[in-house]
Design a protein around this ligand. Structure first.
Ligand code: PEP
Ligand code: CA
Length: 474
C-alpha cells in the first residue's frame, strides 16, 4: 500500500523581506513529515495568478495571509486526507477545481502552491527518493540528470534597487560548459571583487532585497563598466568565461507609451529601446535579456526577437507569467525565445510542468527562478534539476535565503557525480514500490541507461484510480 496523506497544517510565516507568506506541513500515514514554504514577488506581472492577502491594515501592514491559511487548514486539508501524494495531477486538479476561477482568486495561488509543492515533496518522501530524482523520473522532461547553468544577479536596480538604476538585474552568466562548482566559485570571486571595485570608486556598496549590490552609480551602462573592470581584475576572461545578462523588468519603466531610463532625459520609444539593447549586446556581450518590454507590447517583443533573437535569449517572465496559453502563443508568434518559470505565477506544480513541457518541445531554453520574497526552502533547486532546466536564476551568492538554493545545488551536484561513479559498477536496477509505474529507482546517474519516457497523470492520460476510501482524521 502506498503511503497516504494523513494531515496538513499551514501557518503564516515571513519571507526574506519581512512580508507574510505560507508554510505548509504535511504528514503521511507512515509517519513521514514534510514541510515547504512559498515565495512571493515584488515586481509582480499583471497577469500572474492572484495571491490571496487579508488586506487587514491592523495585521502585517495589510499583507497577512491568514484567510489563505484558514482555507488550507479546513477545506483543503479535509479534501486531501487519504490521498496518495504521488497522484500530483489528481491533487492539483482538485485544487484548481475547488478554486474554480481563471486566476486562482478564490483560494489564492499562494495557498494552492503551498499544497501542490508540499504534495510533490511528500511524493518523493513516500518513495524514499531525492526530490530532484523523483521529479526527473516522474515527468521525464529530460532523459538524464544534469546540473543547470546559473545566472547570478550581481547588481540590482528597479524595484529591487535603490531608485537610481532602472534595469532590475545586472547578471553574470558563466559559460555553460563550466561545471557548477567552478561556476559558483566564479560567482563568489566576482561578487566580492565587485565590492572592492565599488569601494575604490567610492560608490556605496549596500545590497538590495535579493542581495545584489545597489551602488550609487548614475547610469545603467556605468554598471557594465564596473562589471567589466571587475572581471579584468579577476582570473577570468570576459566574453570567454563569463557573459552578461539583464532583467529589464520593463513594465516598471513604461510610462505614457514610452520607456523611461535615466541614461537619457528623453524617454525611449520601443524602437529606440531595441537599439539600446542592441548596443548593450554589442558593447558588453549581454546575451540574456529578460522582459525587454512591458507585457502588452507584443509587437515590440516580436521585433526584438526577430532582430536579436538569433544570438540573444529574449526571455519572458512577466510577459508569460508561467502560463501555458501565453507560452504557446509566444512560441507560435515568435515573440520571445526562452521562458522564465516561477511556479507561484501559476499556482500548481502540474501547470508549471506543462509550461516547461511545451517550451522544451519548442526547443526553447527554460530558466527556473526564485522570487524576490524568498524563504530558506531550497525546493526550487531540486525542481530546477529535476525538470532539466537550462539555467537557474536564484540571485547572487549572498543572503541566507539565496545561498540555501546554491548550497542545495552543491549537494545535488555531489550526489550526481558520486552516482555516476557508482553507476559504472552498478548494472542492476531495482523498482521502487509505486502503484503508478512512472517512478522507478535507477542508479542516479547521467551515464546510466534511461527508461523510456513514462507518461505522468496528464489530463489526457487514463483517469487515476479512486483514492483509498479509508478516512483518517487528525
Ligand atoms: C524577477 O523579476 O525575475 C524577480 C525574481 O523578481 P520578483 O520576484 O520581484 O518578480
Ligand atoms: Ca523578471
Amino acid at each position: 500500500m502506498p503511503a497516504t496523506i494523513q494531515g496538513l497544517y499551514a501557518r503564516e510565516i515571513l519571507d526574506s523581506r519581512g512580508i507574510p507568506t505560507i508554510e505548509c506541513t504535511l504528514w503521511l500515514d507512515n509517519g513521514a513529515i514534510v514541510a515547504t514554504s512559498v515565495p512571493t514577488g515584488t515586481s509582480v506581472g499583471k497577469y500572474e495568478a492572484h495571491e490571496l492577502r487579508d488586506k487587514d491594515p491592523e495585521h502585517m501592514i495589510g499583507k497577512g495571509v491568514l484567510s489563505a491559511v484558514e482555507f488550507l487548514n479546513t477545506t483543503i486539508a479535509q479534501s486531501l486526507i487519504g490521498k496518495d501524494p504521488t497522484k500530483q495531477f489528481e491533487i492539483d486538479q482538485l485544487l484548481v477545481d475547488m478554486d474554480g476561477t481563471s486566476n486562482k482568486s478564490k483560494l489564492g495561488s499562494n495557498s494552492i502552491l503551498a499544497v501542490s509543492q508540499c504534495v510533490l515533496k511528500a511524493g518523493a518522501l513516500s518513495l524514499n527518493v531525492p526530490l530532484y530524482y523523483y521529479i526527473q523520473q516522474k515527468y521525464q522532461l529530460v532523459p538524464e540528470l544534469n546540473m543547470p547553468s546559473c545566472i547570478y544577479t550581481m547588481v540590482n536596480g528597479g524595484e529591487h534597487g535603490a531608485d537610481n538604476l532602472d534595469l532590475q538585474e545586472f547578471e553574470i552568466i558563466p559559460a555553460s560548459h563550466i561545471d557548477y562548482e567552478t561556476s559558483l566559485n566564479m560567482a563568489v570571486t566576482l561578487f566580492h571583487k565587485i565590492e572592492e571595485v565599488l569601494s575604490i570608486k567610492g560608490a556605496i556598496h549596500s545590497t538590495g532585497i535579493v542581495g545584489g549590490f545597489t551602488p550609487n552609480l548614475y547610469s545603467n551602462t556605468d554598471v557594465f563598466e564596473i562589471l567589466v573592470e571587475t572581471i579584468k581584475a579577476s582570473p577570468y576572461t570576459f566574453a570567454q568565461d563569463v557573459f552578461f545578462g539583464i532583467d529589464a523588468a520593463a513594465s516598471e519603466l513604461y510610462k505614457g507609451g514610452k520607456y523611461e531610463l535615466k541614461d537619457r532625459s528623453e524617454p525611449y520609444t520601443a524602437k529606440e529601446m531595441i537599439a539600446y539593447y542592441k548596443k548593450l549586446r554589442d558593447l558588453y556581450h549581454v546575451f540574456y535579456i529578460e522582459d525587454p518590454f512591458q507585457e502588452d507590447d507584443e509587437d515590440s517583443w516580436k521585433a526584438i526577437t526577430a532582430e536579436l533573437g538569433e544570438t540573444t535569449k529574449i526571455v519572458g517572465d512577466s510577459f508569460l507569467v508561467t502560463n501555458k496559453e501565453k507560452t504557446a502563443a509566444a512560441i507560435k508568434n515568435k515573440t520571445c525565445n526562452a521562458v522564465l518559470v516561477k511556479p507561484n505565477q501559476t499556482g500548481t506544480i502540474s501547470e508549471t510542468i506543462e509550461v516547461i513541457r511545451i517550451a522544451k518541445e519548442a526547443q526553447w531554453q527554460v530558466i527556473i527562478s526564485h522570487r524576490s520574497g524568498e524563504t530558506n526552502d531550497d525546493f526550487i533547486a531540486d525542481f530546477a534539476v529535476g525538470v532539466g532546466a537550462d539555467y537557474t536564476k536564484f540571485g547572487p551568492p549572498n543572503r541566507g535565503e539565496r545561498v540555501a538554493k546554491y548550497n542545495r545545488l552543491l549537494q545535488i551536484h555531489q550526489e550526481i557525480i558520486h552516482s555516476q561513479v557508482g553507476a559504472a559498477e552498478q548494472t542492476t536496477q531495482e523498482t521502487v514500490h509505486s502503484d503508478e509505474s512512472h517512478v522507478t529507482q535507477q542508479p542516479i546517474a547521467t551515464t546510466a541507461p534511461v527508461n523510456p519516457p513514462v507518461v505522468d497523470e496528464t489530463p489526457d492520460a487514463a483517469p487515476p484510480p479512486p483514492p483509498p476510501t479509508e478516512e483518517t482524521t487528525t
